[in-house]
Design a protein. Structure first.
Length: 79
């Protein structure tokens, strides 16, 4: 495999390690090699981004809730 990669890589304008990585990822995506597929990795990244956004939204909601609760208490004390 390495000999083929070394032979083909210069013809397509990349280094052999890059081409070998592409070949290995292709094998993973086809199921002939163990590993995380491109689709799975993309889904994990999307879920991690979503979790980050939800945590940020929850923090904003907690702060807003505390702010409005304090405002309500302040209005009661002034009455």
């Amino acid at each position: 495999m390495w000999a083929a990669v070394e032979s083909i890589a210069p013809k397509i304008g990349c280094v052999p390690q890059t081409l070998l990585g592409w070949v290995q990822q292709h094998e993973i995506n086809n199921g002939s090699r163990d590993g995380v597929t491109t689709a799975e990795a993309q889904r994990v990244n999307e879920l991690e981004r979503e979790v980050k956004e939800l945590r940020r939204a929850n923090e904003i909601l907690k702060l807003a809730s505390a702010f409005f609760a304090q405002a309500k208490l302040d209005r009661r004390l002034k009455s």
